[in-house]
Design a protein around this ligand. Structure first.
Ligand code: PMP
Ligand code: GLN
Length: 375
């Protein structure tokens, strides 16, 4: 009877709820706990009294669209047309849902790379299409040979997430070259590139699908102001796509939300004039380094983190429990919430790995680390 019999409540909801119940420090669901830039909250406060409370145009508030075009151009030297190649969405989640439901048909295959973020599979299933989950290598690099073996005439879409949640891995130049060679063989495949952490990268530079000549005409790139500006609750994101794809995407968008909430769009539009994008990566690089330093003497083994605000850690030296049980006990007995990595795999592969979110103020990170170091 259910249309999604195997989909349950998201692990982020489950863990955040449990963290609240046990009054634990919540390093599970990915959201910042530090104050939003006052310049942004001042803009919202000022706007609240102005005439900004009615529908914006369906594809977005026009000045925001043109500032996103400028942002994309400044970041990637790519010219996008604000009216025909951009769509403001209610967060990246809606961008992804809308893209998949607009482009994927009955019985198409959609390739999803595991471990994978949770919002890709459900829309594929709702289209009566087939999620084809392909595992990344053990070091979380894509195995292009295996991905190619999974492709066929039925494949409509490949979804990549770069920088990658939960592993913090970013794709390299050679990954993109391999992807381009693969896609040349399959002209009908669309690339959905989830780049919500595009500005949260550290030593290595983020390579966007935007920068790839060979991909532009067949890619939908998705981003999230929630992630970039520390306002996850505002649910404002956008997608960039060639006109022939965005035309289809808009047909769904107009009946899913019609338009995104006006005041946040206008505030972000004004904020884009004054914010320094380069500061975002610096802020989170400091947080990553601080959190890793705090956990240096713990029994957790920290995996590399090239981007995002997530740190993956192995607890193999601490316990043999499966990662879901370990995370539950971590909350109940030690007062810290994390996310079990097995939930990002179709087969629930348990590697004794958990994910911590370090988008927190220093006092929170210090208290969490104090608790984690005595386990
Ligand atoms: N993709 C990834 C990889 C994410 O981590 C998230 C969570 N922010 C989203 C998409 C959804 O973003 P939003 O909150 O803007 O819907
Ligand atoms: N993207 C967030 C994370 O990975 C979760 C957002 C959500 O709960 N939907 O933690």
């Amino acid at each position: 009877m259910s249309k999604l019999p195997n989909i349950s409540t998201s692990i982020f909801t489950v863990m955040s709820k449990m963290a609240a119940e046990y009054n634990a420090i919540n390093l599970s669901q990915g959201f910042p706990n530090f104050p939003v830039d006052e310049r942004l909250t001042d803009i919202i406060a000022k706007l609240a009294k102005e005439n900004v409370h009615q529908y914006t145009p369906m594809s977005g508030y026009a000045p925001l669209l043109s500032k996103i075009a400028t942002l994309v151009n400044n970041s990637y030297r790519r010219t996008v047309h604000p009216e025909t190649e951009l769509l403001v969405t209610a967060g990246a989640t809606q961008a992804i849902f809308t893209t998949i439901t607009a482009l994927v048909k009955n019985n198409d295959d959609v390739i999803i790379l595991d471990p994978s973020y949770d919002c890709y599979e459900a829309p594929v299933l709702l289209c009566n299409a087939n999620p084809v989950r392909v595992a990344l290598n053990d070091d979380y690099t894509p195995n292009w040979e295996i991905i190619e073996k999974a492709c066929s005439a039925k494949t409509k879409m490949i979804i990549i997430n770069n920088p990658h949640n939960p592993t913090g891995k970013i794709l390299t130049e050679s990954d993109f070259e391999a992807l381009e060679i693969l896609l040349e063989k399959y002209p009908d495949i669309v690339l959905l590139s989830d780049e919500v952490y595009e500005y949260i990268t550290f030593e290595e530079k983020h390579i966007s699908a935007h920068t790839r000549e060979k991909l532009l005409n067949r890619s939908v790139m998705v981003s999230s102001f929630g992630k970039s500006f520390h306002v996850t609750g505002w649910k404002v994101g956008y997608l960039v796509a060639p006109e022939y794809l965005i035309e289809e995407i808009k047909k769904v968008h107009q009946f899913l939300v019609f338009s995104v909430n006006s005041i946040s769009q206008i505030a972000i539009s004004e904020y884009l004039d004054i914010v320094s994008i380069a500061e975002i990566g610096k802020l989170y690089q400091e947080k990553r380094d601080y959190f890793r330093q705090l956990l240096k003497n713990s029994r957790f083994e920290l995996m590399p983190c090239e981007g995002t605000y997530f740190q993956v850690a192995s607890y193999a030296a601490i316990s043999n429990e499966n990662d879901v049980d370990f995370c539950k006990r971590l909350i109940i007995e030690h007062g810290v919430a994390a996310i079990p990595i097995s939930t990002f795999y179709a087969d629930g592969k348990d590697l004794k790995l958990i994910r911590f979110c370090f988008a927190k103020d220093n006092a929170t990170l210090e208290e969490a680390a104090k608790r984690l170091c005595v386990i």
